[in-house]
Design a protein around this ligand. Structure first.
Ligand code: ADP
Ligand code: MG
Length: 333
């Protein structure tokens, strides 16, 4: 084992075993960009520098780490570049743009975490895996697209896209016309064995970025889909299939709340999954934001009997230990 690195610990030991060995940590949008920023590489590197020491400390503390991340603003900017340069170079389809953002963000994470690990005395490698995620052609989401992607367009340009590219476009609250794509269920992480092998070899792995590139299988071939998979749902699938000890979803609120934003709001601390499911059924978690995180946490806990945490990026280290954020636990304690 290389200098400064902890002894490898088998994972999947749960609470009673040799400690929490494998963490899947999903980084929310605020790990890379904040409201009002333009999306420069320097901005994103700076935000990653803020969280990298906490991630490095987890590695030094003996955890194996698999990182996932969102890509909304990054793929949005890339789609603008496709359309603005359409007379010069061919625009790439959504699946290819998604793969490009996995490389972009993966590279930035590799770069910033490398520095934090070296500063902490570790030479653990950080590796990005461009990840494809299998979806079903018959997923009902393909008949009911819900996810807005990319820039806002004038009604004239929107009409052009609808006719020439067969895009579904929708008017978005007076801000212009936006493309809407399906958000199908993630079924299988195609690079799962490669990710596992890298983790076993001691690497920190960045994968399933932006939820992974959605692909369908047709007669033994893979075809990229014009769709977007939710990154938290993909992270839950990845974590369960890897046998991770804990799923940690880092976002920009300290805890999941019921009656969120109201004077009688209540922040949840440790919550049994059945209780969280009841709050979910009562409609406390909206689809575009907290909904998929709660669904992801519940799925992981129900499938594995282990804990999932939803917490603030600034509490990364403590959330990963299960002592900050909302900790979703298997049954009533
Ligand atoms: P990320 O980009 O970090 O993956 P989102 O921005 O999609 O996450 O979702 C996080 C947001 O969810 C928070 O900023 C918060 O405003 C919102 N939110 C909605 N409902 C709730 C709730 N019940 N409890 C906590 N936060 C909520
Ligand atoms: Mg966000």
């Amino acid at each position: 084992m290389a200098r400064g690195n902890p002894m490898p610990v088998p994972w999947g030991q749960g609470k009673d075993g040799m400690g929490m060995a494998l963490l899947v940590v999903a980084l929310g949008g605020n790990a890379l960009l904040r409201a009002g920023e333009r999306g420069t590489a320097a901005e994103q590197a700076r935000h990653l520098d803020e969280v990298a020491p906490a991630l490095a400390a987890l590695v030094l503390g003996g955890h194996r780490l698999v990182l996932t991340h969102g890509n909304g603003p990054q793929v949005g900017n890339l789609l603008i570049q496709q359309e603005e340069a359409v007379r010069l170079v061919p625009p790439m389809p959504l699946d290819v743009c998604g793969a490009e953002t996995q490389g972009l963000i993966g590279y930035l994470i590799q770069s910033r975490l490398w520095g934090a690990l070296r500063a902490a005395g570790s030479d653990v490698p950080v590796v990005t895996v461009v990840t494809q995620v299998l979806v079903s052609e018959t997923d009902p989401a393909f008949r009911n697209p819900t996810k807005p992607v990319g820039p806002f367009f004038s009604p004239e340009r929107a009409r052009g896209f609808m006719v020439e590219r067969n895009w579904l476009m929708r008017e978005d609250a007076g801000r212009g016309w936006r493309r809407i794509v399906p958000s199908p269920e993630p079924l299988r992480i195609l690079e799962l064995d490669a990710v596992r092998a890298l983790v076993e070899a001691g690497a920190v792995v960045v994968c399933a970025g932006g939820g992974g590139v959605p692909v369908c299988e047709r007669q033994g071939r893979l075809e990229g889909c014009e769709a977007v998979i939710d990154k938290d749902l993909a992270s839950a699938l990845l974590a369960a299939d890897l046998g991770a000890d804990r799923l940690v979803i880092l976002t920009d609120v300290e805890r999941v709340a019921i009656r969120y934003g109201r004077p009688d709001e209540e922040r949840l601390d440790r919550v049994p999954v059945s209780r969280l499911r009841r709050f979910q059924a009562e409609g406390h978690f909206p689809p575009g934001s907290m909904g998929p995180k709660v669904e992801a946490a519940c799925r992981f806990v129900e499938r594995t009997g282990r804990e999932a945490v939803i917490g603030h990026l600034d509490d990364a280290a403590r959330a990963a230990e299960g002592v900050a954020g909302t900790v979703v636990v298997p049954e009533e304690e």
